[in-house]
Ligand binder design. Sequence first.
Ligand SMILES: Cc1ncc(CNC=O)c(N)n1
Length: 230
Amino acid sequence: MEGGESKKDGGDECGGTIEIWLRKHALNFTRATRHPFILSIRDGSVDIASFKRWLEQDYLFVRAFVAFAASVLIKACKESENGSDMEVLLQGISALSDELAWFKSEAEKWGVSLSGVSPQPANLSYCRFLDSLMSQEVEYTVAITAFWAIETVYQDSFAYCLEVESKTPHELKETCKRWGNAAFGHYCRTLQKMANRQLHKAPGDVIKKTEATFLQVLDKEIDFWNMSHG
Ligand SMILES: Cc1ncc(CNC=O)c(N)n1
């Protein structure tokens, strides 16, 4: 621990609320980040049709995620103490712009057409959930924690596919690096500190609501991976 700074603001790497929840809900977190689809990428047995299905659906998801990210940014702007949160989120949105461009070029590479894709039920359900979190009534604490969880599931999942022992096919390395790279890992840890800081000063009912939302994100992510089975 470096000095008292991280303790005071609730950003404690081992004792923050988020770290407690990650231990308490380790089974759910593992289900979301070690899904059979991810394991199949990591061991090289991945079915390319599954990968293409995931790519199509995730492109649609990310378009909805941009709107959610913008809503989190607005909440951060309204919380006067969160000047630096606003900057982190703005950078995140800027990265999503590159990400949409990446989806288009990746789809072309795989001969996938993104224009005719319709969202699967699990995707629709996840997008509706994001919509519900965009409401003005949803506290910044709830929204920033959901945002952290959504980004972190991808970071943790794809970083696992890049570990030295992994047998991830060469053609999928780029995809894994998109979310599994060290800079994205750092971004997720920054989001985690932001969420912890909010939770540190939140009233009990908001903390409860945030924990339930975190668990909902994990369930939605599992359902999303399940779509790749077809
Ligand atoms: C279903 C899902 N969850 C998280 C992410 C990662 N965030 C933005 O890209 C994603 N692309 N898709």
